[in-house]
Design a protein around this ligand. Structure first.
Ligand code: CA
Ligand code: CA
Ligand code: CA
Length: 117
């Protein structure tokens, strides 16, 4: 639980921005715990993807299915945004977003068992 995990860092970033922007802080328990919706002690690919899909929907304020840089300035640095916008059209589509975060997940999943612990 004390490893530095890039995937969790992205989640933290997204979560923190949302919490700061919209809601009372509910993110202090530990982000991996929050992502672990079936509470089996690990975050599966499916849990991670479903969290990220929800995050995407919340970040996409105008609901056009694409994150404009202006929609994510609070949670992503310009470098991170550029990294997500794989085709460089200035918008992060859902596919681009998920592809990026799921590759972070794979990179963080050192055991290769599809679970982050
Ligand atoms: Ca789990
Ligand atoms: Ca949008
Ligand atoms: Ca794009």
């Amino acid at each position: 639980m004390h490893k530095i995990i890039p995937a969790a860092a992205v989640a933290l970033l997204v979560g923190t921005g949302l919490a700061a922007a919209q809601q009372a802080p509910a993110m202090h328990e530990g982000h991996l715990n929050q992502l672990d919706t079936d509470t089996d002690g690990g975050v599966s690919q499916r849990e991670y993807q479903s969290f990220m899909t929800e995050s995407f929907a919340r970040l996409d304020r105008n609901g056009d299915g694409v994150l404009a840089e202006s929609e994510v300035t609070e949670v992503l640095s310009p470098e991170q945004f550029t990294a997500i916008d794989a085709n460089g059209d200035g918008g992060a589509s859902r596919n681009e977003f998920l592809k990026r975060v799921m590759s972070d997940f794979a990179a963080a999943d050192r055991g290769g068992d599809g679970q982050l612990e």
